[in-house]
Design a protein around this ligand. Structure first.
Ligand code: CA
Length: 228
C-alpha cells in the first residue's frame, strides 16, 4: 500500500486527511514539523507528501526545497492564502499539486490517487529495464540497490547512473564531472572522489562487503557487476 506522509500542524486538519486516506486504503504518517518530516523521509521514504505551507518551524516551501536535494517524491501543498498559491503555481518549488484550505479531504485523496497513478507506469518501466542488483528510475531520480532505496544527492544519483549505464567501463574523473554537468575544471576533480566515497558508504549500508564501484588507480572508476 502506498504510504502518505502528512505534514500539518493543525491536528483537526491532519485527522480528516488521515481518515480520508486510510479510507482509500493508504497507510499514513502524520508529523507536525517540517524538520521531523525531512528526517523521516530520509530514513523511511513515503510515496507522497502532503505538505502544509504554514508550519511552525520552517515553511513548507523551504521544506520542499530541502526535500528536493535528495528526493523526487511527489508533493501536494496545502495552502491557506492567495499569496502562497501564486508561489506554488509558479512551480519553482517543485510541487506536483496543491489544494487550498478549507478543502474536502476526499478531494485530496482523489488527487493523491491521480498523482500516484501517473507515476506508476514509469516505475514499472524502470523495473522492466532492470538487470542486476540495481534499479534506476530516472523519472523519479531514484536508484534501488537490492530492493532498497538509496537516499542519494542529485550528484550521487547522476554519478551512479552514469557508472551503471556502462558496466566495466572505466570513467576518468573528467568524464564523471561531465555526467554531473559540472565543467571539468581542475579544482572539481577531487569532488568526484568525495562523492564516490559517500556513495560507497551508502552502498555498504545495504551490502556490507560489496564493492560495485571499483577504483582504477590513475585512471578513474568503473561499475563492476561481479562485485555488486
Ligand atoms: Ca499550518
Amino acid at each position: 500500500m502506498p504510504h502518505i506522509l502528512i505534514v500539518e500542524d493543525e491536528a483537526a486538519i491532519a485527522d480528516t486527511l488521515v481518515f480520508a486516506l486510510q479510507g482509500e486504503g493508504f497507510t499514513t504518517t502524520w508529523l507536525s514539523l517540517a524538520e521531523a518530516a525531512l528526517e523521516f523521509q530520509q530514513r523511511t521514504p513515503a510515496d507522497l507528501l502532503i505538505l502544509d505551507v504554514g508550519l511552525p518551524d520552517i515553511s513548507g516551501f523551504e521544506a520542499c526545497k530541502r526535500l528536493r536535494r535528495f528526493s523526487e517524491v511527489p508533493v501536494i501543498f496545502l495552502t491557506a492564502r492567495d499569496a502562497e498559491i501564486d508561489r506554488v503555481v509558479g512551480l519553482e518549488i517543485g510541487a506536483d499539486d496543491y489544494v487550498v484550505k478549507p478543502f474536502s479531504p476526499r478531494e485530496v485523496a482523489a488527487r493523491v490517487k491521480a498523482i500516484l497513478k501517473r507515476m506508476a507506469p514509469r516505475s514499472s518501466e524502470a523495473v522492466a529495464e532492470a538487470g542486476g542488483p540495481f534499479r534506476v528510475d530516472a523519472e523519479r531520480v531514484q536508484i534501488h540497490y537490492r530492493d532498497q532505496l538509496l537516499v542519494l544527492t542529485r550528484h550521487e544519483f547522476r554519478l551512479l547512473q552514469a557508472l551503471l549505464a556502462q558496466p566495466e567501463r572505466v570513467f576518468a574523473r573528467e568524464q564523471l564531472l561531465d555526467a554531473l554537468g559540472v565543467p571539468a575544471d581542475a579544482g572539481y576533480e577531487r569532488n568526484i572522489d568525495s562523492h564516490i566515497k559517500s556513495l560507497r558508504a551508502k552502498l555498504r549500508q545495504v551490502v556490507v562487503d560489496a564493492e560495485p564501484i571499483q577504483t582504477h588507480r590513475g585512471l578513474g572508476y568503473s561499475y563492476s557487476p561481479r562485485h555488486a
